[in-house]
Design a protein around this ligand. Structure first.
Ligand code: BES
Ligand code: ZN
Length: 454
């Protein structure tokens, strides 16, 4: 083990250089104009897996973006770890708010700034480099390993579930290892055991068949923007509870034990509010901020548009108004069911004066991973060895839709060894990744292979 760690320390600077190259590739999965960059990025990952010493590396084409697979099965009788990650990133807009170009990585104060730095290129690269360190220092790994790196996570992984179902044997493993979440605090080793699910919809409210002069027609017909705003405002009551009938029926309540564990984590609501420059926090009554974001379902309007949105003034009654609405779900809620409940309630909220169309865009199941599994115990010890501190356990408000599929199809539990920070601006301008966590992450990964083998 000492040789492996020494190798990581010696080659760390070169690892950072390679990460920089990875971050120059514009792998934005949602934009059609970046299709060639997606292919280039898959090839980059595949090259790095080969360089790391994996024996079989393959790029699988899909109807969407390619999936990269790699394996080394040279430790018969030892367990198999499947590392999952995603090489795709979110769009960069609003581009004006970036201090440096999103695909020209720069290092400042020990942090690397670029789109995808923390979500998820920097985090997934950790495991490629720890594998490489084993092969180049001691010549082999103490476990068997498989890599599954996709390019469509940020758009709901539409082609991954069918791929996993069709390749059950290829992907067979004892545990899945994922670094695509956050540490509870800087330098604090953390394992995440819960993710929220998601149900993402678009709603469209239509009034008159065309935009109308608001002087001639104002007072005669319903204004779709006014109606949509009023309908959205009815989705929560005064206590912050979602009003959709039946919405909470399958929600797994927080246990007393879990609430106590959350309370033990060092968290200041005041600092949190100050960081966001809001005078107070807000949400469902009767729950703390950590409870509300990790273990309670929420409903948010992600965007709303309609009518005149340009500069200056234009006096119209718009014909249409649209909103993007997402619901974060918790165990045991089901995305399709939540969408259906939303749709029928939302349609009931509409006055006769408008037509309403609801489209279900995508979704994902929530997950809870077992805390007593051998892999979780080994991962906790591994992070402790690398960080020199005791590991804490948390849940997460974000979603990684494929995790539930690993559980369902591969029957393998997932270890969420997140190395990012929620404050690292994922999905937002000036995304960055703390390089200290990059370095400690490579070591945590290396220790995990050793402890899980034992
Ligand atoms: N890495 C994130 C998940 C995450 C978010 C972890 C926040 C920790 C904190 C992941 O890439 C992501 O953004 N997922 C999407 C999924 C969606 C597009 C289906 C999300 O949560 O919005
Ligand atoms: Zn991610």
């Amino acid at each position: 083990m000492e040789q492996v760690i020494a190798y990581i320390n010696k080659n760390y600077d070169s690892y950072v250089e390679q990460l920089k190259q990875f971050l120059t590739i514009k792998s934005i999965s949602t934009l059609p104009e970046n299709k060639a960059d997606m292919k280039k990025c898959a090839e980059f990952v595949s090259d790095k897996l080969k360089e790391a010493g994996l024996s079989k590396v393959q790029i699988f084409k899909t109807e969407g973006h390619p999936i990269v697979y790699g394996e080394w099965l040279g430790a018969p009788g030892k367990p198999t770890i499947l590392v999952y990650g995603h090489y795709d990133v979110q769009p960069v807009d609003p581009i004006d708010l970036w201090d440096s170009p999103p695909f020209e990585p720069v290092i400042k104060d020990g942090k690397i700034f670029a789109r995808g730095a923390t979500d998820d290129k920097g985090q997934l690269f950790v495991h490629i480099k720890s594998v490489e360190a084993y092969f180049k220092s001691v010549g082999s790994l103490p476990i068997n390993i498989k890599f599954l790196i996709e390019g469509e996570e940020e758009i709901g992984s539409p082609h991954l579930e069918p791929f996993i179902k069709a390749n059950k044997d290829l992907l067979k493993c004892d545990t899945v290892l994922v670094s695509d979440t956050s540490l509870f605090a800087p330098g604090q080793p953390t394992l995440t055991y819960g993710l929220r699910g998601l149900s993402y919809l678009e709603v469209e409210v239509t009034g008159p068949n065309r935009d109308l002069h608001s002087g001639s027609y104002g007072g005669a017909v319903a204004n779709p923007v006014n109606v949509l705003a009023s309908m959205i405002s009815k989705l929560h009551d005064k206590n912050g509870k979602i009003t959709i009938p039946g919405f909470y029926d399958s929600v797994l309540p927080l246990t007393k034990n879990e609430r106590e564990n959350f309370k033990k984590l060092k968290f200041s609501e005041k600092k949190y509010a100050a960081d966001l420059q809001v005078a107070e926090l807000s949400g469902e009554k009767g729950f703390s901020t950590l409870e509300r974001t990790w273990a309670r379902p929420t409903l948010d309007c992600n965007g709303i548009f309609g009518g005149f949105t340009g500069k200056g003034a234009k006096t119209i009654i718009p014909s249409k108004a649209t909103a993007k609405i997402s619901m974060r779900l918790v165990p045991n809620q089901e995305p399709k069911k939540a969408s259906k409940l939303f749709e029928s309630y939302f349609k009931k909220l509409a006055p006769k004066s408008v037509k309403v169309k609801v489209t279900d865009l995508h979704g994902g199941y929530p997950v809870l991973t077992p805390l007593n599994h051998k892999a979780t115990v080994a991962a906790s010890k591994a992070m402790e060895s690398a960080f020199g501190k005791k590991t804490v356990f948390m849940r997460e408000g974000g979603s990684i839709p494929v995790i539930a599929t690993f559980d369902k199809v591969l029957k393998a539990p997932t270890v969420l060894m997140g190395l990012g920070l929620n404050s690292e601006n994922l999905h937002s301008p000036n995304e960055h990744f703390n390089l200290k966590h990059f370095h400690l992450g490579i070591k945590s990964s290396a220790f995990f292979f050793k402890y899980f083998a034992e």
